[in-house]
Every structure is written in C-alpha cells, then in structure tokens.
Design a protein around this ligand. Structure first.
Ligand code: HEM
Length: 364
C-alpha cells in the first residue's frame, strides 16, 4: 500500500513537471477573477465505504482499547477545554479534516511542516495558507496523548477523534470514532493544488466533478457543504460578489439587495489600506451544526461563497438543499454518515506510514 502511495505521489509530481502550472491556466489568487480549471486530473484518492480503506482492511472502534484506552477521552477533555476560550476551534478542525482527507487521504499529511526533499508542503499551499487553522490545536491535543501513551495514537486518528468531538460540541449526538489510521511520510503542496481542493469561485460543474471524482454523490456533496453551518469565511473569499461580481463592477444579481448591503457592511473599506479582511460567520449560529445555513439559502437567498450560492441556483442541488432546510434531523443524520465516509478516505493502515511523535514532522 505504501509503495502504491509513493508511486502515486511520484507520478503526480512528475506529471506536474510536464503540464503547465495552475497559473498558466488563468488561475488567480486570492479569489477575485479566474476560477477556470484544467481538465480533470487523474484521481489522487477516492472514497471507499465508510470505515473501509483502499486495501479493504477496516478501521474500527476501540482500536486503542488495549494500547491507549482513554485516547478518545483525552481528546474530548482537551478539546472541551480549548473550546471554552476558542469557540471557532470546532469549525477549524472540521475544515482541517476535509483538507486532509481530500488530498490523497486521511493521513495527517496536511499537518506536516517540512518535506524531506525540501518541497513545499500542503500546509503552505495557496489553497490552505493562513486561512486553514487548527494545526496548533492538534499539536496541543497530541502532546496530551503522548504524555499518557507515547508513540501510540497517530496524528491522523488524533485529528479524526478531535473532529468527532468537535461535531459533538456542535450539537450532534456523541459517538465513538473509528481508529487505526497511520500517518503519511509525505506532504506536497503540488498535490493539494492538483484540483484536489475546491476554490470558492468554482462553478457547480467544477464542484460536482471534484466530488464525483472523490466518490461522492451530489447529495453527499450538499450534505458535506452543510459544514458551512459552522465557522467563518473571510471577506477576501466572497466580497467580489458585492463589489465587483465577475468583473462587472456590479453586485451578483442573485443576491437580494438586503443581503448584499449586509455583506458590504461586514466587509468595509474594500480596496483601501484600511481593509482588514474580517471574518464573517456563515450563519447566525457559528458553533452549532444545524440547518440554518440551508434555511437562510432557501428563505433569504443568503449565502457568502459563490460556490454555496450555486447550491440554490442549480436544479441538480436545489431539491437537496430544500430537503435539508426542511428537516434538521435529516441533515444532522446524513452529516454524521457522510463525515464517516470522509474520515475513512484512503487511510493508511497496518504497517504503512508511521505513528508520528509530533504531528508537524515525520519521525526520522
Ligand atoms: C466546494 C466546496 C468548498 C469550498 C469552495 C469551500 C470553501 C471554503 C472557504 C473559502 C472557507 C472560508 C475560509 C476562511 O475565510 O477562513 C471555508 C470555510 C469552511 N469550510 Fe469550506 N469549502 C468547501 C467545502 C467544505 C467541506 C466539504 C467542508 C467539511 C466537510 C468544509 C468545511 C468548512 C468549515 C467548517 C469552514 C469554516 C472554517 C473556520 O471557521 O475556520 N468546507 N470553506
């Protein structure tokens, strides 16, 4: 399995040498303008049924029952503590989990600070950068696990246990997470940038293509995007919609005036030195995984990101959004199920990878 991963990463790197970079395709950053993407690349990973890895081995509950029986409790206590002073930690972790799993697999590659060959790591990719938060929280939690059970609980399981706890703190029923993942030895920004992570100005076709390539139905994509029920988006990622949509100099016509005015007030001084790129909550309950995000879409046509706005505009996804907006219990049940699938993507198991001592660097 490890050999397959090494070959895969090598192929990806080699391929990048042969094809033009994203910038050559008219890809701009930050998020104003651009947004086109090249033809779909090969799969870098694909979802398997929840709990099942590519090698058909299974992750399991109570993986640490003998080696570190309190592992989940330690994570839970640590995050509960963090949450008291940092309520946005739960959103940080859920996003971090997504960005880990969609790039090759749930292997904590997103947490590495260095690559042995000196290449840029996922963390420093333009798609992650300063807006991807939570790695420091995993450091704190992992340190507590190391104190009690040295060299036992992987960073990828630490992240999954923390995300599971974050979902509980955000109001979902408490449940045991699956364990048994190991940590990758590699992390490459170039792989993250190879159409494995979405951009907030993508079209619906681009979003559907990415999620389909990773093994998700449109319904599962909508449910996962319900994660935008928690946390924030910084003005940089969406204010094009109110100031200069698609370089027209006008607001996005799909935005009701009231919503556009509200967004302008939340993102003042755009284009001046006084602009501070403030964070704006996706909905009015940024620490609760409820269906308000979907309700706001349906009832007020209120969305921050362009990609989220496609969910109500597109007939392929609108009926699913409506279903989620009408039935909070359905959204919460499906969110847990699809997150199980997400957190099982391409896990490293058995003797593949390693159990890192610190999540920022591999052991040797
Ligand atoms: C088309 C797909 C997606 C796009 C384009 C997208 C884009 C973004 C952007 C631009 C932000 C704002 C970041 C910031 O300004 O700090 C954000 C935040 C967030 N995203 Fe997504 N996202 C997508 C899918 C997902 C999925 C599938 C999940 C999880 C399962 C997720 C979880 C989150 C969370 C929890 C936040 C809030 C983070 C925080 O407050 O720190 N997103 N997303």
């Amino acid at each position: 399995m490890e050999m397959i991963r090494i070959v895969l990463v090598t192929l990806v790197v080699f391929n990048l040498v042969l094809v033009p970079s994203k910038a050559d395709f008219g890809f701009h950053f930050p998020f104003f303008g651009g947004g086109s993407s090249p033809d779909p690349p090969q799969d870098d990973n694909q979802a398997t049924p929840a709990g099942q890895t590519m090698a058909n081995e299974t992750l399991r509950e109570d993986f640490y029952i003998d080696s570190c029986p309190d592992a989940e409790q330690i994570v839970s206590d640590a995050l509960t503590d963090i949450f008291k002073s940092n309520p946005n930690s739960i959103a940080n972790l859920i996003r971090l989990q997504f960005h880990d799993c969609f790039v090759v697999g749930c292997d904590a590659s997103v947490l590495l600070d260095y690559s042995k060959a000196g290449d840029k790591v996922e963390k420093s990719s333009m798609l992650n950068g300063q807006l991807l938060k939570g790695a420091d929280l995993i450091d704190d939690i992992k340190a507590k696990l190391e104190q009690r059970c040295p060299g036992t609980v992987s960073c990828s399981d630490t992240l999954v246990f923390a995300t599971n706890e974050a979902m509980t703190l955000a109001g979902l029923p408490r449940r045991k997470a699956l364990g048994g993942r190991r940590d990758s030895l590699v992390s490459l920004a170039s792989v993250a940038e190879r159409n494995n992570l979405p951009m907030p100005n993508w079209s619906m076709d681009q979003m559907l293509e990415l999620f389909k390539r990773k093994g998700y139905t449109p319904e599962e994509m909508v449910v996962l995007l319900g994660a935008h029920s928690v946390g924030v988006a910084h003005c940089d990622t969406f204010m094009e919609r109110v100031y200069d949509y698609a370089r027209t100099g006008k607001p996005d016509a799909a935005l009701p005036k009231k919503v556009a005015n509200e967004m302008k007030m939340q993102c003042p001084h755009a284009g001046t030195p006084q602009f501070r790129n403030p964070p704006v909550s996706f909905d009015e309950t940024p620490t609760v995984l409820d269906n308000l995000f979907f309700k706001n879409m349906v009832e007020k046509k209120k969305t921050l990101l362009i990609t989220d706005s496609h969910l109500i505009a597109d007939p392929r996804t609108f009926p699913i959004v409506k279903q989620m907006a009408d039935d909070q219990a359905l959204f919460q049940r499906r969110f847990v199920e699809v997150m199980d699938k997400l957190t099982s993507m391409n896990a490293l198991i058995g003797t593949d990878g390693e159990i890192r001592k610190t999540c920022r660097s591999s052991n040797n």
